[in-house]
Design a protein. Sequence first.
Length: 164
Amino acid sequence: MSNALSHHNKKLRVPLPYDGLQFNGCKNPACSNFMVPPICEGHGNRVKDGYALTGSGRELAIRCKSCNTHTIVKSNKAIIEEYERQANYLRDNQTFCSNRECDNYRYSVEQHPKRYRSKGKGSSGNKRFTCKLCCKSITQRAKRCFQEGYVPLNCCYTVYNISD
């Protein structure tokens, strides 16, 4: 059995790191165990890592043995995905490869056009591109409120209250 497959069959104390990040650990900045990651594999509280498991199922938590702080165990993958979903609007009006595993995921079409191939326009009139690395098709994002060249309709008129 391969190593990757054996991880799926073992019961984990806490989720494995995702993209090298582990968010489970003591959250008390005054503690010597602050953000020291727990050992993921092992059986319950027999693991000597400074943490004790408490609760079960959806209420699983770890208790720091140094400061007695309880922290709910979270999915590292879910935290990263939610962060990226919420931070997506910060990408301005730029278009990126949507394949998270692709090297072009962090390079925009606008700033690195040689990494993409133009593919005409989609049905909405937005430009379409193909990533040269993973061959994924992407559509250029539409401009949003208050970005250069876009004026929302409600900025063109004034609303008056006539009920007085």
